[in-house]
Structure formats: C-alpha cells, structure tokens
Write a protein that binds this ligand. Structure first.
Ligand SMILES: *Cc1c(COP(=O)(O)O)cnc(C)c1O
Length: 433
C-alpha cells in the first residue's frame, strides 16, 4: 500500500517511509491510497472476538500488504496488553474506557503500536532515529513509555512549561534512558511549531533521521480505529441494538479521524459528534464552513487545547473537501470549563460515574445530541486520576483513588532541559546531540 500526501506535491511513499518520516516533505499528512472495506462476515463474527483479535484483523486490513502477518500479530498483541471495556450509563449512553493502558490514556495504543512497528522497520538500519513529539500532556507520556528502551531510537518530548499536570509531567520526565524531556517556555502550539519546523529544516534532516510520534504519524493515529470496532463488538455481544453514534472529545482530531477510517472500512456507525472545549476551531468550521486556526487557550481539558488541529487535513481529504458531506456525518459541540465541571459533578452524583474533564466533554455532547433509536458511545480518553487536582476540585478531596501504575511514576525524579520557543535554539540543541 502506498501513502500519499494531502498536499499532493510529492510522489506516494511506502508504509515504512510514511512511518519513519511522519510528516510528508511537502508539509502534508500521509493518507493510505485505498481504504479496504471488510466483508460483512467480519461484522457477524466480531461479537465473539477479543479486543486483541479484532485489532489484529483491523491492523491486517490496514497494514497487511506491508508486514508479515505473524509479525503484525505479535506487534498488535504486544501493544494491547490491556482491555477496552464498554460501561453502561443512563439514557442509552455508554462509556468506552480507553484508559486501561500503562499511562492510563488512550494514546497508549498508538504510542506502543508505533514504537513496535518502527522497531520492526529499523532492523538492520544503520542510523539512529530521533522521534520528536510535541505534547499538551498525554501524548508525551504514552509515546515516551511506548518507546522506552527501544534500541536505535531516541525520543525528545517537547512540552509547555507549567501547562501540564504534575502526574503527566512525571510520566515523561522521570524515565531517563532514550527519553529526553524538553520544557518549552511557551504553549503547546509553540511545541508543535518547533517540531514541524524541524521536519522541514533541510540542514537538520541532512544530519539526522527525524520522525514524529504525534497523531500526524499514520502509525500513531490509525491503530486508534481498533477502539471503534471493539466498541461495536462489545455492544453486539451484549445484545444492544440501535444506530451507533460516537462522541469523541477532540484536540488534534487523530482519534476522531481514526473513527472515520473505521466507518470507511465498513463499521456501521451512523454519525460522529466532535466535542471541543473552548478551542472550538472545528466546531466553528462545522457551523460556518470556515476553517480558522488560531492560538489555543488553556482549559481544564488540556489535552484538547489545540488551536490548529493537525488531522483536520485528513478529514477534508476523506470527504473530498465537501463541507456538506462532512456535516452529514458529523456534528460539533463546544463547552466551557464551567460546563465541563458541571457535567463531571452531575454524572458523579446522578450516575455514580467519575468522568475526567475530557470524557466529560464527550459525554455532555452525546447527552445533548442523542436521538431516539440511537445508541451513544463516548470515548473516555483518560483515567480521572491523571487529572486528580481538577477532578477533586470539582468532586471533593479524596474522591480520586490513585491507581498503582500512576503512583509509581510519582516516585521518580523530574529531569528536563529548558528550551525557548525559538527554532534556532531548538535546532542548535538537536545538532549538538
Ligand atoms: C490527546 C487527548 C485527547 C484529544 O485527542 P485527539 O486525537 O488529539 O483529538 C482527548 N483526551 C485526552 C485525555 C487526550 O490525551
């Protein structure tokens, strides 16, 4: 399978090249040339399959032309050493819990899958590969933990100083080995800009191999489609019928785009809800047809504080740049911090279910929009303990129980390198490495 750039000014590349490059050299995002639809048999069988088995089938459908089947199976099973349960709430709403991985955030799947795939591709490769990843909190931890100790790969995590939670920071600044944390004196958008500039800088690319582990990388975002197939399977298995609607709390829109791919592969999804915090660029686009990226603002759902959602180009591409088509399958909502807090509180009291601030955005949009005859699934993207301070501010001290996995990270010592927002500083630093 070849991967083309959404900017269409370079020839299509192999999967290996798309994964090792991350961003296309014309600044576009890689897209697979075809999306193959599953035979209907598959959907009859999946209620009996495990998350791991389903994911392997989906991975084979996506990547099977380019990787030996047995190796791909090992990569998938090794990536998914955890579950992805569907938890019922009231009013036909289900929480798809994506936080059972090692860093308790949904990005573990993409981070681990990509690390394993890249390690496979790099066997026999002479040069070291440098993974650059900009994070607003959760990507850094998932990617860093996914790549920890993988030979031949160095990871640089760029994060905005003072804008990630203590727990998030500990998850990527305490690891050591092949992981370096760069504490940028700016916002997430500055971090993302530094990374993008590095990929486009000829001198840097001549002297070192650089790739991205943000959701611009096909190996990071595409595996997230596994979740949607699993949700469908678990609902079918439980005998729950109805038109399926997914509500996706979104920032860079990698997760939602993976859902659109699942639909293209034949998964019976009726429609998607794009749920934003105050960084409502896509919400505005859906309403007006105008896409106007702007600087991000800080919210309590900080993993969604994105002012220029990088996967938007893929959404446009999937729907032939037609706003009319996009709004047929997608509706947008946006919520303020006060509304997010209100939802966390209400659901905790009325349904005895603890939402993290991101999941709360997804839940609220779904609850507002679900129609009769539909079954709604919102993606609960992080464990509430990742945002203990915010959650306890809303629900009360002592309500959040810290899982053992997280407590372990808190014991480590923070090590980071201060970095300005100037690209020349960042470039000098990398060149000296
Ligand atoms: C990354 C993240 C999101 C947003 O996901 P995108 O794929 O960037 O849209 C939402 N919630 C949490 C907890 C995240 O870490």
């Amino acid at each position: 399978m070849k991967y083309y750039s959404t900017n269409k000014s370079i020839p299509a590349v192999s999967l290996m090249e798309a994964v090792t490059k991350g961003l296309a050299s014309d600044n576009g995002l890689f897209m697979p040339e075809r999306i193959d639809v599953f035979a209907s048999d598959f959907f009859r069988q999946i209620p009996e399959m495990s998350f791991q088995e389903i994911s392997f089938r989906v991975a084979r459908q996506l990547f099977g032309e380019d990787i030996d089947e047995q190796i791909l199976k090992e990569i998938v099973y090794d990536t998914l050493s955890f579950d992805c349960p569907v938890v019922p709430l009231n009013n036909n709403i289900y929480s798809l819990e994506l936080f059972h991985g090692p860093t308790l955030a949904f990005k573990d799947v993409g981070g681990r899958f990509m690390a394993r795939l890249l390690a496979h591709f790099l066997q026999g490769f002479e040069r070291e590969v440098n993974v650059l990843v900009a994070t607003s909190g959760d990507t850094g931890s998932a990617v860093a933990n996914g790549f920890l100790g993988v030979p031949g790969i160095k990871v640089f995590v760029l994060y905005p100083k003072g804008l990630v939670s203590d727990i998030q920071e500990k998850q990527f600044t305490t690891l050591g080995k092949n992981i370096t944390a760069l504490e940028v004196d700016g916002t997430f958008d500055d971090c993302q800009r530094l990374v993008k500039s590095a990929f486009l800088d000829q001198e840097l690319n001549d002297s070192m191999v650089l790739t991205s582990a943000n959701s611009i990388n096909v190996a990071r975002f595409l595996p997230q489609s596994f979740y949607y197939f699993n949700a469908y399977a678990r609902l079918q298995e439980a005998g729950i019928k109805g038109d399926l609607v997914f509500s996706v709390p979104s920032g860079n829109f990698g997760n939602l785009t993976a859902g659109l791919f699942a639909k293209r592969m034949g998964l019976p999804v009726n429609r998607f809800i794009a749920a934003n915090n105050e960084n409502d660029i896509v919400y505005q686009y859906l309403k007006t047809g105008k896409y106007e990226p702007r600087s991000s603002v800080a919210t309590i759902a900080n993993a969604m504080d994105v002012g220029a959602p990088s996967n938007f180009a893929r959404i446009l591409e999937l729907y032939g740049h037609s706003h009319t088509d996009i709004v047929t399958y997608m509706v947008g909502y946006r919520y303020s911090d006060a509304e997010i807090r209100g939802t966390m509180k209400k659901v905790f009291i009325e349904e005895n279910y603890m939402l993290d601030p991101h999941g709360a955005v997804g839940y609220r949009a779904l609850n507002a929009d679900l129609k009769a005859g539909e079954v709604g699934v919102f993606l609960e993207t992080a464990h509430p303990a990742k945002f203990t301070e915010t959650v306890e501010n809303v629900l009360g001290k002592g309500t959040v129980i810290m899982p053992e996995k997280l407590a372990e990270f808190m014991k480590g010592e923070k090590l980071s390198i201060p970095m300005s927002t100037s690209f020349s500083d960042f470039k000098d630093y990398l060149l000296k490495k």
